[in-house]
Design a protein. Structure first.
Length: 469
């Protein structure tokens, strides 16, 4: 037992040293090479497996610590939900932990007893279940994941319990906090037909009218091998893992319910949209959103670098301009929501006492106009690229980080090898390309503006209205 503990400690120390050396190697390359030169992270040996039932697996061995991460990506998110049936993907995230028709199959009990951790999350595009476990527990986890892929026991009592859990989650995260529904509201106005217009949490009305047969049909359609990707990273052997995948997932039949294939494309926005709302809040606020392209497309890389400069916490240009420089806002955030389909870049600000949303909007316009009128300086571009490369380095630091990045590239971007090539894509971006992307996407006609006013404000000036101008 003592020798095992010592070995684990040594593995962890090696892991930390490896991470430091990897980061140092990357940033030394940045320091000695011009920004436009190729920068390469250490190459990952990515192994793929395709079973006859449609299951895909992607694997990377990483023997720096005696742990393995398993992620199962189901390529179904809130964008796959039908009108009137929102929140199903997220509801299934909860249902998948409640046991299968196999006796004594409560998933997390096994993980905790093995010394591991597990969880799940739902996005617009995917539902992801993950476990980080001691290497010796890999086979157990793969058996359990295969079991709940098709043997989930969706009873009425389990369904009712998890529905109430999700409804309470919605209250705590969206309905009760100040400004909690602001981002949800702006998405409903910014999108007219694409299902990104609703949040993964779903609406309370849709959750209330959901029935067991509805969620059973959702499960039978999407929780099947041909809609799943298994990601394995860490301390394991690829040959043994392939044998386990074939043993446990191979016998599962491919899906028999045809999944709807067409997601309605959002038509180009041609005029600015302005919405004014009154809410139970203390201070005015506003959100600006701009339509941006899908992740992994050519324009996404210069826009990601632009977002780094605009959105990087307190050093970001938006926060600095509104909070520090002009002092018109108490809080300011900006973020690019890149995803499988075109999504939004947004700016959200809560105004200081005595300031109206229009004064914050003027400050944001000044930041964006500067970005559109002149290219990044060499220093700004290098800073943005360094931040992007730092993200890529961090995506390799642990088996969990690596599995997350590998699954996203394989499922959402449909190219697992981007783990080995994406650094070059960022390094190849020029200041002129960033400027051109800013001019194209941060245009007034591409913007949806939502202004929020406290209920105590003169209602004649702030009653909810929507229009274009």
């Amino acid at each position: 037992m003592a020798s095992t503990a010592i070995e684990a400690t040594i593995h962890l120390l090696i892991s930390r040293v490896w991470r430091l050396l990897t980061a140092a190697a990357v940033f030394s390359l940045i320091a000695v090479r011009p920004a436009q030169s190729a920068v390469r992270l250490p190459n990952l040996a990515i192994h793929t497996l395709h079973l006859s039932n449609g299951l895909q697996a992607v694997m990377v061995e990483q023997h720096s610590a005696p742990v393995v991460t398993v992620e199962v990506w189901y390529h179904v998110g809130s964008k796959n939900e039908s009108p009137g049936k929102t929140g199903f993907a997220h509801l299934f995230e909860h249902l998948m932990f409640d046991g299968t028709k196999t006796p004594n199959s409560h998933f997390s009990d096994y993980i905790v007893r093995s010394g591991g951790i597990d969880n799940a999350y739902t996005t617009d595009d995917a539902t992801v279940f993950w476990e980080t476990i001691p290497s010796s527990s890999l086979e157990t986890v793969l058996r359990l994941e295969a079991d709940r892929m098709r043997n989930l026991d969706i009873t009425h009592s389990v369904f009712e319990n998890e529905r109430e859990v999700v409804k309470e989650e919605r209250r705590q995260r969206f309905d009760n906090p100040p400004y909690g529904t602001v981002i949800e509201s702006v998405y409903q106005y910014a999108f007219t037909v694409h299902p990104y217009r609703h949040m993964p949490i779903g609406s309370m009305k849709d959750l209330d009218r959901a029935r067991v047969k509805d969620v059973q049909n959702f499960y039978d359609t999407y929780y099947v091998p041909d809609d799943a990707t298994v990601v394995i990273t860490g301390d394991f052997g690829t040959t043994q893992a392939e044998a386990m995948l074939k043993q446990y997932f191979g016998p599962i039949p491919a899906g028999s319910h045809a999944a709807p294939q067409s997601i309605p494309a959002e038509p180009p926005q041609t005029a600015e949209r302005t919405v004014k709302l009154t809410m139970d809040v203390a201070l005015p606020a506003f959100v600006e959103t701009f339509h941006i392209p899908a992740d992994g497309t050519p324009d996404s890389y210069p826009l990601r670098l632009a977002s780094k400069i605009l959105s990087a916490g307190e050093s970001g240009l938006v926060y600095h301009k509104l909070v520090y420089d002009k002092q018109v806002a108490l809080q300011a955030e900006s973020e690019a929501d890149f995803s499988e389909n075109p999504n939004l870049f947004f700016v959200f600000a809560v105004m200081n006492t005595g300031y109206a949303p229009a004064e914050g909007e003027t400050a944001v316009a000044a930041v964006l106009d500067r970005l559109k009128s002149q290219p990044f300086s060499a220093q700004e571009l290098e800073k943005a690229k360094n931040q992007a490369l730092n993200d890529l380095v961090q995506s390799r630091e642990t088996s969990k980080n690596l599995a997350e990045a590998l699954g996203y590239d394989a499922v959402i971007l449909k190219n697992a090898d981007l783990m080995n090539t994406e650094a070059q894509k960022f390094m190849a971006v020029t200041a002129e390309q960033v400027q051109a992307a800013a001019q194209k996407y941060f245009a007034p006609e591409n913007m949806t503006l939502l202004e929020v006013y406290p209920q105590s404000t003169d209602h004649s000036k702030t009653s909810a209205q929507a229009g274009s101008h």
